[in-house]
Design a protein around this ligand. Structure first.
Ligand code: CFM
Length: 547
């Protein structure tokens, strides 16, 4: 007799049932809305996912905190804004370059604060009696040592809990040092459910206190900003090279290899291209409203995606010479890419991967893996919102809850003197009708095959279950996952810091990535690993929880 139940079940559904089984009923019900078997409709409709909500206490989440999203992610890669962490020393120390965001000052005399980490090193005394004085003293000390032009102050959890006001201290400090732009970020770790809240806090402050301070455009006919590119492992260096070759001027990168002046004058560029929409779509949107700069989504992970993005930028400017030059660059770069790709693909074709990364890479890296024949069978974001999964078009239908209401939504109006729409509404509408997409992104799920598994805020228990169930050839995630995966005998690539490698963006980056994945997939090293649980018995327990 046929086992009907078995015959009917899609593997993803079966996995989901199995994994939810261990949770208490209430949590299982919630997780059931965060673990989905993908299904894409004709117009990109996908199942609705529950995202950007609190992780259940006790779960070993892969997420980080709002402070990490603000200080570590968005502001961290600028080299000449002096950044002071107001809090215990650990917060500053662990946000100090572990993400491998690089920078390259133009001359040896140029300011670079990135090799330093500055913290107020809060102690019990300040937790009891307040830390504002210590913060002011830290600013005095930093000014005397470094003479910076701009200082950012970042609040951590305890600072918020005891009620220190980083903004008030910033104002006092500015009165004392009128030549220095001093601004605070309310990015206490608990401010939101993940890093994502910190991105938004950072975007708001950079927009109100930095962008627009310097009306000085860079030279060049086609001036482009890249938003959401953080120069991990040198990604921005590779993009700078290619963009220059095409004949474009890179005005400002937010924030890989960037400077304060580039932020201040970013509003003078002709176009905003958005790489990681999750972390910075707010700034793109606000700059369009205030200054009239249009934006669209690009992706420089993968050689084909890079070529597509460059073509889109060239098409935007409608300049024959630029278009021809861009095509030439793509043609020249793709020669080596295709050579390596073919060689690597022959060895990697048909392998499978699981991808769990922040808020855009779990999507972007599926494309580059596909280029060498590696299929992503399950993927998820740590902290993305529904639009990152389902497409920007669902944004108006996203419910705002108490946690997201925590973050200020700025009301932005056109700048009285500097609002200058780079293209008129009619022109924009005309181009959109012809298929050119502005202010949009498609989301991860519409680009994943049916029956693949999508998990929001995947945790360590679920990752272990996934490995056991799917036996993937490769897992891509972060440092907290790395050693568990390797102990299971599976190669693991960190897609946050790239471990020790990079760049992975652009054409040369794609070649680096193909080669790295080839080495990981086709070396037997991890199969020889004996995990501790293979050597000694594992303790098993069940929740003593009853509804
Ligand atoms: Fe954007 Fe990022 Fe990402 Fe992100 Fe990040 Fe990162 Fe990331 Mo780690 S900004 S959302 S908060 S692409 S640090 S460079 S790798 S989780 S997927």
């Amino acid at each position: 007799m046929m086992n009907e139940e078995y015959e009917m079940k899609v593997p993803g559904e079966e996995f989901k049932e199995k994994v939810l089984d261990i949770y208490p009923p209430k949590l299982a019900k919630r997780r059931a809305r965060q673990i989905l078997v993908n299904k894409v409709g004709e117009n990109d409709e996908v199942p609705q996912i529950l995202a950007n909500t609190r992780t259940a206490p006790g779960i070993m989440t892969m997420r980080g905190c709002a402070y990490a999203g603000c200080k570590g992610v968005v502001l961290g890669p600028t080299r000449d804004i002096l950044q002071i962490t107001h809090g215990p020393i650990g917060c500053g120390f662990y946000s100090w370059l572990t993400r491998r965001n690089k920078t390259r000052p133009e001359t040896l005399d140029d300011v670079n604060y990135m090799p330093y980490t500055l913290s107020t090193d809060l102690q019990e005394d300040e937790i009891v009696f307040g830390g504002e004085k210590k913060l002011m003293a830290a600013i005095d000390e930093a000014v005397a040592l470094f003479h910076p032009r701009a200082i950012g102050i970042f609040a951590t959890c305890p600072v918020g809990l005891i009620g220190d006001d980083v903004h008030a201290v910033a104002r006092q400090a500015e009165a004392k040092y009128p030549d220095i732009n001093i601004f605070g970020f309310s990015c206490e770790g608990y401010k939101g459910v993940s890093q994502s809240a910190g991105h938004h806090v950072a975007n708001n402050k950079v927009f109100t206190d930095v962008v627009g301070l310097l009306d000085k455009p860079k030279d060049g006919k086609f001036r482009v900003n890249i938003l959401g590119e953080y120069n991990i492992g040198g990604d921005a260096f590779e993009l700078e090279r290619v963009i220059k070759d095409c004949g474009l001027t890179l005005h400002s990168t937010f924030s890989g290899n960037s400077t304060y002046d580039e932020f201040c004058s970013a509003h003078t560029a002709d176009l905003n291209t958005v790489m990681c929409h999750r972390s910075i779509n707010y700034l793109a949107e606000m700059m369009e409203l205030k200054y009239g700069i249009p934006w669209f989504k690009v992706n420089f992970v993968g050689a084909d995606a890079s070529a597509k993005s460059l073509r889109k930028i060239a098409a935007f400017f409608e300049d024959e010479e630029l278009i021809a030059r861009t095509e030439k660059v793509i043609e020249a770069e793709m020669k080596e890419v295709i050579k390596v790709r073919d060689e690597v693909k022959a060895r990697c074709q048909g392998k499978t991967a699981l991808l769990f990364v922040g808020g855009s890479r779990a999507h972007h890296y599926q494309e580059i893996l596909k280029e060498i024949g590696v299929d992503t069978i399950a993927a998820g974001y740590e902290f993305a919102h529904r639009d990152d999964y389902e497409g920007r078009k669902v944004m108006p239908t996203i419910t705002v809850d108490a946690d997201s209401r925590n973050i200020e939504e700025l009301t932005v109006t056109p700048d009285e003197t500097r609002f200058n729409p780079r293209i008129s509404d009619e022109e924009k509408a005309k181009r959109e009708a012809a298929g050119f997409e502005f202010s949009d992104y498609r989301g991860m799920m519409p680009e994943m095959p049916d029956k693949t598994l999508v998990l929001d805020d995947c945790n360590h228990y679920e990752l272990e279950q996934l490995i056991e169930y799917y036996h993937p050839d490769l897992v891509c995630a972060g440092i907290k996952e790395k050693y568990v995966v390797q102990k299971a005998g599976i190669p693991m690539k960190q897609l946050h810091s790239y471990d020790y490698m990079g760049p992975f963006a652009g054409f040369k980056g794609a070649i680096n990535f193909y080669r790295e994945i080839d080495r990981l997939l086709n070396s037997n090293a991890f199969k020889f690993t004996k995990a501790p649980w293979d050597k000694s018995p594992e303790l098993v327990a069940t929740y003593g929880y009853n509804e």
